[in-house]
Design a protein around this ligand. Structure first.
Ligand code: GTP
Ligand code: MG
Length: 317
């Protein structure tokens, strides 16, 4: 049972209550469902930015600089970092941690990290739920940083209004990005670490790949922006491109379509998570374990057992 005063405090952006609310949604229990239902009427004010890319590309550095830029414009920023090695979790080098501190102590910034370790399923659901909490707390921008490696991480990055893919000039990075499915989800690219020698070639190579993709004059063409995030170079251009993309979404009517699509995926995710949890409750697990021997000895196939478990599950519904 969640008290009304608690919900009100979240809407007022009471930091401790917001932190508590995120812990509740991370726990993913009945309280979490109740909380998310009750705040939902206020969701939708924040603009969501997904930042993804290979490990160490500079995603956190860009997030940090972008946040400082938005703060200087009077905007507030909520950050969700899904990455166990991220500086936001304190797992990084001292230098990175110091850089994070200068935004971490700002009352207009809320940083939350979520570990991928140990939470295989539902990560994307939890990250989106946490984003809803920050949204209703009134943050203008929500930045979601994920390492672009697994499907779950891609789902998170894609659940944004604008998705940025960060690459570095190293040869092969672009090829890797293509393999990881990063090319399809990018609204624009950032080639960070442009202080490195091969930066120009990397941008050209990326441009060539993008030109080969089918497009016409009406479709959105992802731009490539080179940055040196450590020196705060190119960050204004990143912010401008976010605004340009936002305007494009608004004017083309794609903004609502995108949110519609996102909502659809999200509902499916919630339903699937809920079924999965119910399915493997105590009786589901027991049925599975007690049937194993018969399957190993060959008297029943795994499909027989699966049918039985599903039939049991239907009866419980
Ligand atoms: N030379 C150079 N180094 C940079 C630049 N931007 C970031 N770095 C450094 O690259 C390292 C990784 O930066 P992060 O911002 O932590 O990268 P990340 O993508 O968030 O890393 P993970 O979250 O661990 O995947 C740090 O040591 C940064 O200081 C840049 O433009 N040039
Ligand atoms: Mg990081």
């Amino acid at each position: 049972m969640i008290e009304e005063i608690f919900i009100q405090k979240i809407f007022e952006n009471d930091r401790r209550k917001v932190a508590r609310a995120i812990s509740i949604v991370e726990s993913d229990n009945e309280n979490s469902t109740e909380l998310l239902k009750r705040i939902y009427q206020n969701v939708g004010g924040a603009y969501r930015i997904g930042i993804t890319g290979p490990p160490g590309a500079g995603k956190s550095t860009i997030t940090n600089q972008l946040t400082k830029l938005y703060r200087s414009l009077g905007k507030t920023v909520g950050i969700i970092a899904v990455d166990p090695t991220s500086p936001f979790t304190g797992g990084a080098l001292l230098g990175d941690r110091i850089r994070m501190n200068d935004i971490g102590n700002d009352s207009g910034v809320f940083i939350r990290s979520m570990a991928t370790r140990g939470s295989l399923g539902g990560l994307s659901k939890k990250a989106n739920d946490a984003a809803d909490v920050l949204d209703v707390a009134g943050y203008n921008y929500i930045i979601m940083e994920t390492v672009g490696v697994g499907q779950s991480e891609l789902d998170i990055a894609q659940a944004a209004d604008t998705t940025i893919v960060v690459l570095v000039p190293e040869s092969g990075d672009t090829v890797q990005a293509m393999k990881a499915g990063l090319m399809e989800i990018a609204d624009f690219f950032v080639v960070n670490k442009s202080d490195r020698p091969d930066a120009k070639q990397a941008v050209t190579a990326l441009q060539t790949i993008l030109m080969m993709r089918p497009h016409d004059e009406h479709s959105w063409m992802p731009k490539i922006i080179d940055t040196i995030a450590v020196d705060n170079k190119g960050i204004i251009e990143v912010a401008e491109e976010i605004s340009r993309h936002r305007m494009y979404l608004d004017q083309s009517g794609k903004f609502l379509k995108r949110r519609e699509q996102r909502t659809k995926i999200r509902i499916k995710e919630i339903v699937e998570e809920s079924i999965r949890k119910k399915l493997w409750n105590a009786s589901g697990k027991e049925a599975l374990n007690s049937a194993l021997e018969k399957v190993i000895l060959g008297s029943l196939s795994p499909y027989h057992i699966a049918d039985e478990i599903i039939a049991n599950f239907k009866n419980q519904l």
